[in-house]
Design a binder for this molecule. Structure first.
Ligand code: N01
Length: 559
């Protein structure tokens, strides 16, 4: 594929603003993040009339909304970028090993501009319903703004972490100071200078924000319910010589990443810095050997640490040794023993909750202006007009930052009233947990595709690799349908049941189900506890998808 016929738009950022009234398209794409943009690109190549809807007022998806201080990617920038255009990957210059949110957003905006992708989107349009009509074999889509359009295909590019959660704490709305949510951060900079700031949550978002806020605020109080494991990013500016050499072999790097050969952790790194994994199993290693390997990975940084020993997510003993290595690092770093203990995770195996990647997180607790409050020991009783109250103390605050996570993977899909054949709702179908075939199709919902849906590697991988693989698969499938004259595709119920069972079987062979993580829906009260992503890795998953398409899309029914 090349960049040939795509001219840069001269018509401005948002060419049309009118409502779509009863408009007809071949395909509707929901979301203008990495997935939605590339999907539109591929659909255009097939000559299809496409309409995209996006809730935000511009492109970017997760990188549009998550503008909190310190936000950056935990996948290396040279790998966390589109691979579909060799020209694009050669011309774009990343400045750091891990790109910041503003830089990633600039990149996405550049891509939208370069391939003239905005023209097919309507922005500030939150899709609220998608209904399939069997008679016409069309999807009817509405937005909160009042658009009403229909299309043969409906493609959800709604993201896996795009429905923010507010904590269930009494009095949240009573707070009279400034309140911000990490995932809905204002578009202007927030000045914390001289202020007493509280952060609730200690997941990836907070772990990135805390060191940055601490440098500005008069006082920072972090309210932690569950400590997380965090690995130093060892972020650095990218060396131009390294980048030039890397770019000479970009195609080979991409190919290795696609088949899961770059890192044991879903392709988050750009190049293997050592042979990875450094050992297949921790079981037969001496303490000294284990320490040497882990130290090497710790010192080079990043989420790939979890892939240092091949069976970290499979073997309890290895996992305990790796976890203890990190706890020891926390104790070495944090001066106050009680704080170090509180920061040391013991309630879940390392890696079974998304590993965090930080810049100076643990070190931040050595600052005089930073306090950690362990809300497991001293639960938050309420939020008042002036701050946070635990059972024992009061914490007066000027600013409250909520970094309390997302209704992951299914949240954005179930927020839309999706109805398939016979008016059946996706919410009913997924009442006991998501059921998909390959994370791409849902039986009983013909012509609906989910990009990086539950049942695919998605959040366990470098999202760009999974997004491109899904978009390419969907586009190839639609091309196949065009050639065959098919108008309708639906996942077979039996194939779907088999896939759901396989996804569960793979998850149950790992330590993942041991953690009350968002992978399992455990962070949302009442959400069914089902391990949602496919844990076998991007390589084996790609093979399955390729086999399915090579065998005439087995498991799907066409008409
Ligand atoms: O959310 P989280 P996140 N009282 O769900 C706490 C991706 N991401 O936005 O664990 C007190 O991880 C909750 O506590 P607990 C990445 O995949 C990537 O930080 O439920 N605390 C937890 O500490 C990541 O995993 C990047 O006990 C409450 C926190 O809030 C995912 O997004 C950057 C509470 C939520 O942590 C989500 O990360 C950022 C309450 N009532 C995010 N309710 C990078 O690329 C919740 N909490 C680097």
């Amino acid at each position: 594929m090349t960049d040939r016929q795509h001219a840069v738009s001269s018509s401005g950022r948002h060419p049309e603003r009118g409502l779509d009234q009863h408009a007809g398209f071949d395909a509707i794409v929901v979301g203008a993040g990495f997935a939605g943009l590339y999907m539109v690109y591929r659909l255009r190549e097939l000559g299809l009339r496409v309409r995209g809807y996006e809730a935000g007022d511009d492109v970017g998806g997760t990188w549009y909304w998550n503008r909190y201080p310190g936000a950056r990617c935990d996948a290396e920038s040279l790998a966390y970028s589109y691979s579909f255009s060799p020209a694009l990957e050669q011309e774009w210059q990343w400045s750091e090993r891990y790109a910041t949110q503003p830089e990633i957003l600039r990149y996405i905006e550049h891509v939208a501009e370069r391939f003239d992708l905005r023209r097919d989107f309507r922005f500030s349009r939150r899709v609220d319903s998608a209904r399939y009509d069997a008679e016409s074999n069309l999807w009817s889509i509405t937005t909160e703004a009042g658009d009403r359009s229909h299309a043969r295909f409906c493609i959800m590019a709604t993201g896996c972490l795009s429905v923010p959660l507010l904590p269930d704490i009494p009095g949240l709305d009573d707070f009279r100071g400034e309140r911000y949510q990490a995932s809905l951060w204002p578009h202007h900079p927030i000045d914390f200078t001289g202020k007493r700031v509280g952060v609730i949550g200690t997941g990836s978002s907070a772990i990135q924000a805390v060191p940055v806020i601490a440098r500005q605020a008069a006082r920072l109080t972090v309210f932690q319910r569950t400590p997380n494991f965090s690995i130093p990013a060892c972020n650095e500016p990218l060396d131009p010589a390294f980048v030039a050499e890397f770019k000479r072999h970009y195609r080979e790097h991409r190919e290795l990443a696609r088949v899961g050969k770059i890192s044991g952790f879903g392709g988050l790194e750009a190049v293997p810095r050592e042979q990875a994994p450094a050992a297949d199993s921790g079981v037969l290693l001496s303490d000294r050997e284990l320490e040497t390997i882990l130290e090497q990975y710790w010192n080079t940084g990043g989420a790939r640490f979890i892939g240092a020993i091949g069976d970290t997510l499979l073997n309890e003993r290895t996992n305990t040794l790796v976890a203890e290595f990190v706890r020891e690092r926390i104790r070495r770093t944090v001066h106050d023993a009680e704080t170090a203990e509180a920061l040391s995770p013991t309630s879940h195996p390392i890696g079974t909750k998304r590993i965090c990647v930080d810049t100076g997180y643990y070190e931040t607790y050595n600052r005089d202006n930073v306090t950690l409050v362990d809300v497991r020991r001293h639960p938050i009783a309420r939020i008042t007009a002036n701050g946070v109250e635990t059972e024992h103390d009061q914490y007066p605050l000027d600013v409250l930052v909520l970094a309390t996570g997302f209704d992951a993977m299914t949240g954005a899909l179930l927020a839309i009233d999706i109805r398939g054949e016979h008016g059946s709702t996706l919410a009913d179908k997924w009442a006991n947990g998501p059921r998909t075939y390959l994370g791409l199709g849902v039986s009983g919902f013909p012509n609906l595709f989910t990009i990086t849906g539950p049942g695919s590697p998605s959040v366990l991988s470098n999202m760009l690799i999974s997004i491109e693989q899904h978009v390419d698969w969907i586009a190839d499938c639609l091309g196949f349908m065009q050639r065959q004259g098919y108008q309708r595709i639906d996942a077979d119920a039996e194939a779907e049941a088999g896939w759901v069972a396989h996804v569960n079987e793979i998850a149950n062979a790992t330590l993942f189900p041991r953690a009350g993580s968002w992978y399992l829906g455990a962070n949302v009260p009442g959400k069914p506890r089902v391990f949602m992503p496919y844990a076998a890795g991007v390589g084996p998953y790609r093979e399955v998808c390729e086999r399915v398409s090579a065998n005439g899309y087995e498991g799907f029914r066409f008409a």
